[in-house]
Write a protein that binds this ligand. Sequence first.
Ligand SMILES: [Zn+2]
Length: 374
Amino acid sequence: MGHAFEIGGIAVARGTRQRIALPISHTLTGLSANLMLEVVHGATDGPTVFVSAAIHGDEIAGTAIIQRLIPRIDAAQLAGTIILAPAVNIYGFIAQSRYLPDRRDLNRSFPGNPNGSLASQLAHCFFENVICRSTLGIDLHSAAVHRYNLPQVRIAAGDERLIELATVFGAPIIIESPLREGSMRQLAHERGTPMLLLEAGEALRFDRFSTEVGTRGVLRVLAHIGMLPGDDAMANVPAPSRSNRTRWVRAPRGGVSHRLRKSGDSVTRGEVLARVGGVFGEDCRDVISPIDGIVIGHATLPVVYQGDAMFHIAEVEHPERAGERIASLDFAIHAKEPAGPARPLMDEDEVEEMEADGEDTDAEASAKAARTPL
Ligand SMILES: [Zn+2]
């Protein structure tokens, strides 16, 4: 039967799965705070892959993706080992904050130190137990609060293997950029664990497009590298656009903005993306696209200070074709109705609609249930 997968003093037998809590410290109330993992150890040999979410504690889009993945990964059918970490920064997760209580950014605390700050200790635990034992990592992030990111896979520039995997993932766009010094991805890369980073959706929110793109993407990658049966990776996936240059567009004045474009739209240089005026709508200034490209992120909060980042645009070849591909992907996902109460994740729009016409508590309860993770 081969070897068990040992982690945190626990042996996960071949063809089985186990939830494991690696102790980190305590919360203020003295309860234990753990790094929570689900390890699925396949029946046969293969790579070890980790999928992590909420490294930034309020970026919970990936938590929804991991909850969708859990019932779809069968240990008996799996070759290799998958480590799922749905809420890595458990302190930020509890506080609904990007950071840890010591105000440190976990993503900048790697490789960590068992005697360092809280962030450093957590980073050390994750680095030693998860990253160093994996041959590939998929790290799930979202935009910050009041921002939305078009699902996009970010990879180290010029890495052919990662370009292949990111293409298989099938998010609308791939962003290649040099790895940032001292980041988790750079350290993982140095240790021989290449990583795909998904950016999708908004902090503290679930949206169906991000959840579906993320879930399907991870499953496609796992199938492509031979861990799950079947390799229909490239079937029905429009080839993602690629970009190695992005630009932020900032508010030309403070006030109230009205967006004309959103994430996923193709835009041309000189095009008006939004208008910003005073509280009466007076003295409007245009927000102009500096390049031809695809909007890969936008601010969702309409009130802005001068200089606030309102749009993130990626330079791509043939942006109009990319825009069409994204629209068809979006349509394919939204056309698929959720089947019954087993899939309670809903689009934010739908929840709001239900609240708007829900005069009774039933509608409120089901809207609330829709927000409750599986
Ligand atoms: Zn993040």
